[in-house]
Design a protein around this ligand. Structure first.
Ligand code: FES
Ligand SMILES: [Fe+2]
Length: 395
């Protein structure tokens, strides 16, 4: 039976953890609060160390409203800083990547080294009376932590440590990504007309796999597919047990050649790191994606592909081919997920649909919505309001 306008807008007759209010995807105030309360307090994937391999290499990125520099300092350590001059806040580095021993602010030419020290102030005599000097004008350093060469940053000096936050969440990947140094061979960015959480929901639920032509053939035809049980970790992370794929069922070549360390032929593993990082391994190749929210309904999605550092060209070619078969911009998954999140956003934007339902309870079997419920449970803690009733602020 169809529903009237009033029935359509009624609060779902479900526990609060089983649904979310659509305002969490669309409300500009909630978006701003997320940037401050959640994104700045959680560990964010910034880059991989192979993207800054040489001393003085740097990359810049936007995170939670700030521009960030990640660099390999002259002493070999990786450091991160807010990309804002100590003088009057000008953005110091404008390029997405580069190599420089000194960074000069383009506004009044104060300079900094790659350890965050201010190394010179233009015409310093004028500051002598006021006591402003380079010794007190260092950059704002940002905490960083590393796993498998993945560099994470955290803007909140009081947030849980890297080790406490992630705990055992990487365990399913230890033998694959921890065996040898990795290297990024693919990096693409795409703008999605969708909220960042809608994108990450596609990583956290398997209920939409019917939409993926290849997946439903190579994975869902296995009986064990539906029996796998999700594993949840503190702070909102999750993993899915390894499973076998049969690529031949979609007319693709089985992945028996050049497996990554620890991977058996045609094996598939997943780890989801709160709040927005997803690591997928398909025998020969690794994909990692993360998001940068631009506005409530616009999200930058970045995807990186990884191989083993320094591996022979023929091995790398297999990884690139297998990676792109699924995950490159012209692979199968990316456009299919992209279309899914954009047709959701289109209806959310103008309030056509008031609630989203995450009420699948299957004892943690893979189509259970438990990962998403855990995500929103954590979201509520950071935001001081439940996702099903986000105007009820308790902070
Ligand atoms: S704002 Fe950077 S030197 Fe003035
Ligand atoms: Fe998907």
């Amino acid at each position: 039976m169809s529903r009237t306008a009033q029935q359509w807008m009624e609060t779902p007759a479900l526990p609060g953890s089983d649904y979310v209010d659509s305002q969490i995807y669309t409300d500009p105030h909630i978006f701003e609060e997320e940037q401050k309360l959640l994104k700045r307090a959680t560990w964010k994937l910034a880059c991989h160390e192979s993207e800054i391999p040489e001393l003085y290499d740097y990359r810049t990125l936007d995170h939670a409203g700030f521009s960030i520099i990640v660099t390999r300092s002259g002493d070999g350590n990786i450091r991160a800083f807010i990309n804002a001059c100590s003088h009057r806040s000008a953005t110091i580095l404008s390029e997405p990547a580069g190599n420089a021993k000194q960074w000069m602010c383009p506004f009044h030419n104060w300079t900094y080294d790659t350890e965050g020290n201010c190394t010179s102030i233009t015409l310093p005599e004028g500051y002598e009376e006021a006591g402003v000097c380079k010794e007190k004008a260092g950059l704002r350093e940002v905490r960083n932590g590393m796993k498998f060469g993945l560099v994470f940053i955290n803007l909140d000096d009081d947030a849980p440590s890297f080790d406490e936050f992630f705990g055992d969440a990487f365990e399913t990947l230890e033998d694959v990504m921890g065996a040898e140094p990795l290297e990024v061979f693919h990096h693409h960015k795409a703008m999605m007309n969708a909220n960042w959480k809608t994108w990450h929901e596609t990583n956290m639920e398997f209920y939409h796999e019917f939409l993926h032509y290849v997946n439903r053939n190579i994975a869902m035809s296995h009986k064990s597919y539906f029996e796998r049980r999700l594993k949840l970790y503190p702070y909102g992370h999750g993993t899915v047990p390894p499973m076998q794929q049969t690529y031949e069922r979609a007319g693709l070549k089985e992945r028996t050649d050049k497996p990554l360390p620890g991977m058996s032929p045609s094996e598939f593993r997943i780890a989801l790191l709160y709040p927005d990082t997803c690591i997928l391994v398909r025998t020969t190749a690794i994909r990692i994606d993360t998001t940068t929210p631009i506005s409530p309904n616009l999200t930058l999605v970045e995807q990186r592909g990884f191989g083993i550092k320094g591996e022979p060209e023929d091995v790398r070619n297999v990884r690139v081919r297998d990676h792109n078969q699924f995950w490159g911009p012209f692979g199968r998954n990316f456009p299919e997920d992209g279309n899914a999140v954009e047709i959701v956003e289109k209806n959310l934007r103008n309030g056509a649909a008031p609630y989203g339902i995450f009420a699948r309870h299957e004892d943690l079997k893979c189509m259970d919505d438990a990962l998403i419920r855990t995500f929103y449970d954590e979201w509520g803690k950071y935001m001081g309001r439940p996702a099903h009733n986000p105007t009820n602020v308790t902070l």
